[in-house]
Every structure is written in structure tokens, then in C-alpha cells.
Write a protein that binds this ligand. Structure first.
Ligand code: ADP
Length: 449
């Protein structure tokens, strides 16, 4: 039994952990009604207390005034009764009003009982009244008691004896039944509102349950997405080794002098495509590393002019093959904090793209610096990129689709990787381009302090 309960509890805890949104649901279902209940209870309690106090004050004030008023006419029963009846007309909650006079031989006589109660008969106080009567004269004393019709205040106002009058008492009951009925109605209303709130919350929760379904689905989708990423990076990794072996053998056969010229052409093609496959795999692995934060960065202050020169020089030959000019005026630059290998990768991507997407003209790398920023502009006179395409350029796998780009191979990953690397090294990248005229990629880094 206990094991079963523990099992259910631990399953519940696991469910809450896996679906933290449920906490919001529980909060809604419990906290709001509880808060409402607490405030209304508190409010009603305070209101009831206040009402009690008010009634008590009212009756004692009334008695005080009445005492002053009748002090000299205590022996005139008819007069007193008429005054009491006047008074009760406006005070419906007063259920009893006696004036009682102490007799010389002990005991009490009623002079003006309302409602009538064997007028002039002897009065025998009950315990509560007697306790109240035994107080000092001069002020009212009140105490609560419960009768069949609900709560009452009983108040007694002793009047001191004078040379002309004996000691007397004003005894009054005031019913709290009306006030209590109002309070009960308020409580009923509060519970009614609470019930409405609970129903509303249940409706909300029913909808919330669908949200939880969506959340679970979203979590599963994310899991599948992660599995896909894992699979892709694992597959890419595994593809790389056989590819290296293929390229190794191709190089070996190329070195063989007996190979026919015709076959040599095919070998070149094989090597070209193997190389293309290799860079695709490298890109995919880079994407995985960046997404999982596994790409390592060894940051240090660096004058990058040497690195830029290396990259520009490495593209001079492919550019010249296409009839393009490579221009870079090297000058010493203020230091920026970057990882040299990653910075080289950024430059290779940008200069490589510039050469790749330019048919005629030139590719130019221009550096400039202000007191706090170093800017490197890679500018070409190539295909250009429309404003529409510029917006999506840095998305993963995005490639501009046009007749001109159709024959140029690529993955659409280079710019995403470039932008991510730059971001990690606290730099920024922007693009300026006019379709058909050329493109500038502008990379900026803060200067090392
Ligand atoms: P890839 O070059 O492998 O397709 P990139 O992410 O490097 O992927 O570039 C994305 C797209 O941006 C390219 O397909 C190309 O259409 C466009 N692009 C990038 N650089 C240039 C450039 N210098 N001139 C014109 N288009 C460019």
C-alpha cells in the first residue's frame, strides 16, 4: 500500500519535473481560490467584529442617555414605559428593555418592562445579568449570549441611588440575528463566487491540458531534432575517414607515370568531387560544433594583416584563373582579440565567396580603423545580392537561387558559420550589395585595450 502511494508520488514528481508548465496549472488551481477564500474570510471576520462593536456601543450609549433622562422619574412606571416604547420604535433589534429598581428589603421590582412582563412583579436576574448588575454604577456593562434565535448582547446600566430614588438598573437585550444573517449571506455569496472561479479555472485547465500536449510534442520534436543533429555529425565524422583514404589512393595513382592521360583527367575529377565532399563534411561538423558550443576558441590579441595577406595570396591563383584581380594593400593594424585559426576561416569563407561569385573585375580587401574598431571590408564586382536575399543570407543552408548561381556549387552553410564565429569573437558582420554590381561584406572587431 505504502509502496503504491510512494510510487504514485514519485511518478507525479517526475511528471512535474518533465512538464514544468504544470506548476503554473497547479498554481492557478490552488493559489487563486485559496487567496480569494483567505481575503474574503478575513474581510468578513473583520466586518463581523466591527458590527459587534458598533452594536455594543449603540446599546450602551442608548442606555447612558436613557439613564440621565429617567434618573428623576424612576417611580413613574407609566411614564417610563411610554418613553421606552418611543425608543423601541426606531430600534427594531432591541428585544428587551427593563427598568428594574432595587427594593429596600433586597430583591428587585420591575417598573417598566418591555415587552410587558408581569409589571411590578419581582424581578429575578439570571446569572449573566446578575454579574453585570454587580458592577460599579455610572457606566454600561455588556456581554454576549446565544439564544434560540441567535446571538444577543445583554447590557446592564446601573443607576446609583440618590436621596430621592433607590438604586436601579436598565437591562437591555439587543439581537444580532439581523447582522448575522447579513454576514451569512455575504459568506454564501463569497462561496458562490469561489465556485464560479473554480469552474472558470477548470475550463482554463482543460485548455491548458492542450497546451501541455503541445509542450510535450515540442519537447519530443526538440529531442528528435537533437537526435538528427547527432546522427548527422556522427555520419559526417564517419564519412571523413574513407574519403581521406580515397583521396590518398587517387594521389598515389596520379603519381604513377604509366597512367594514361585520359585516366588522369578522370582522376582529377574524382579528386575534385572528393574535395567538395570533404568541405561539405567540414561545414556540417563545424555547424554541429558551433550549435553545441564545442568549437574551441583560443583568443589572443593579434595584428591580422599577416593572416589577411596569407588568405589573399592563397586565392590569387584561382582568381587569376577566372581573370580576376586580387587587391589588398597590407598595412600594420591595431590589435584585435581573435582566435587566429577561426579568423583565417572567416577570411577564407568571405574571400572564397567573393572569388566564387564574381565573373569579372576584382576582389578587394580593405582595412580601416577608428580609435575603437577595426573594419575589414571584402568587396567584389560580382553577381551581387538582392535586398530580399540579403535578409536571409546568414541563415543555415540558405543559397540564392538564380540562373547564375545554379551552376556554382555550395552548401549555404559558409555564411552561417562565418557569422557565428564572428559573433563568438565579439565582432559583427554586415552585407552591402547591389544586384549585378557587386557585394561588400563588412566585418568589425573591437580594438584590444
Ligand atoms: P555557399 O557559398 O556554400 O552557397 P554561403 O553560406 O557561403 O554558402 O553563402 C550563401 C549564399 O550567399 C550563396 O549561395 C550565394 O548565393 C550568396 N553569396 C555569398 N557570398 C556572395 C558574394 N560575395 N557575392 C554574391 N553572392 C554571395
Amino acid at each position: 500500500m505504502l509502496k503504491k502511494i510512494l510510487d504514485i508520488l514519485s511518478r507525479g514528481a517526475r511528471f512535474v519535473r518533465d512538464n514544468p508548465q504544470i506548476i503554473y496549472t497547479i498554481f492557478l488551481a490552488i493559489a487563486i481560490p485559496a487567496a480569494f477564500l483567505y481575503t474574503s474570510e478575513r474581510f468578513l471576520r473583520v466586518a463581523a467584529k466591527q458590527q459587534d462593536k458598533l452594536e455594543r456601543n449603540r446599546i450602551t450609549l442608548l442606555q447612558d442617555a436613557f439613564a440621565v433622562f429617567i434618573a428623576e422619574r424612576l417611580n413613574d412606571g407609566a411614564y417610563l414605559e411610554a418613553r421606552i416604547n418611543d425608543l423601541l420604535k426606531d430600534n427594531e433589534t432591541i428585544t428587551l428593555f427593563y427598568v428594574v429598581v432595587a427594593e429596600e428589603g433586597g430583591g428587585y421590582r420591575m417598573v417598566a418592562p418591555v415587552p410587558p412582563n408581569d409589571a411590578a412583579a419581582r424581578y429575578t436576574p439570571d446569572i449573566l445579568t446578575e454579574t453585570l448588575m454587580n458592577q460599579k454604577p455610572g457606566i454600561s456593562y455588556a456581554s454576549q449570549f446565544v439564544a434560540l434565535d441567535g446571538r444577543h448582547w445583554r447590557a446592564v446600566r446601573p443607576i446609583a441611588a440618590t436621596a430621592y430614588t433607590p438604586a436601579a438598573y436598565i437591562i437591555t437585550d439587543i439581537s444580532m440575528a439581523q447582522a448575522d444573517a447579513v454576514a451569512r449571506k455575504n459568506i454564501r455569496d463569497a462561496y458562490l463566487i469561489l465556485a464560479v472561479i473554480v469552474v472558470l479555472i477548470i475550463i482554463l485547465l482543460a485548455r491548458q491540458a492542450r497546451i501541455i500536449d503541445y509542450a510535450t510534442l515540442y519537447a519530443r520534436l526538440k529531442e528528435v531534432d537533437r537526435m538528427k543533429d547527432d546522427f548527422v555529425s556522427m555520419a559526417a565524422h564517419e564519412l571523413r575517414s574513407p574519403l581521406t583514404v580515397i583521396r590518398g589512393y587517387v594521389n598515389m595513382i596520379e603519381g604513377d607515370t604509366t597512367v594514361r592521360e585520359e585516366s588522369r583527367k578522370y582522376l582529377k575529377l574524382i579528386d575534385h568531387f572528393a574535395q567538395q565532399l570533404n568541405s561539405l563534411i567540414t561545414d556540417i561538423l563545424d555547424v554541429a560544433k558551433l550549435q553545441e558550443g564545442r568549437m574551441s576558441f583560443t583568443l589572443k590579441p593579434l595584428d591580422v594583416s599577416e593572416l589577411i595577406t596569407d588568405v589573399v595570396e592563397s586565392f590569387r591563383k584561382p582568381a587569376a584563373d577566372k581573370g580576376l584581380q586580387m587587391v589588398y594593400e597590407k598595412m600594420s593594424l591595431p590589435l584585435i582579440v581573435v582566435d587566429p585559426d577561426r579568423f583565417r576561416q572567416v577570411m577564407i569563407n568571405l574571400v572564397g565567396n567573393a572569388v566564387k561569385y564574381t565573373r569579372r573585375g576584382e576582389v578587394r580587401v580593405i582595412t580601416s580603423a577608428t580609435s575603437d574598431t577595426l573594419t575589414i571590408r571584402v568587396s567584389d564586382t560580382g553577381l551581387g545580392i538582392s535586398a530580399e536575399d540579403q535578409k536571409k543570407l546568414f541563415q543555415k543552408f540558405y543559397r540564392v537561387k538564380s540562373a547564375e548561381t545554379a551552376e556554382i556549387t555550395g552548401t549555404g552553410l559558409g555564411l552561417w558559420i562565418t557569422a557565428e564565429i564572428i559573433k563568438t569573437m565579439k565582432g559583427t558582420i554586415q552585407v552591402e550589395s547591389i544586384k549585378g554590381k557587386g557585394t561588400d561584406f563588412i566585418v568589425s572587431f573591437p580594438i584590444a585595450k
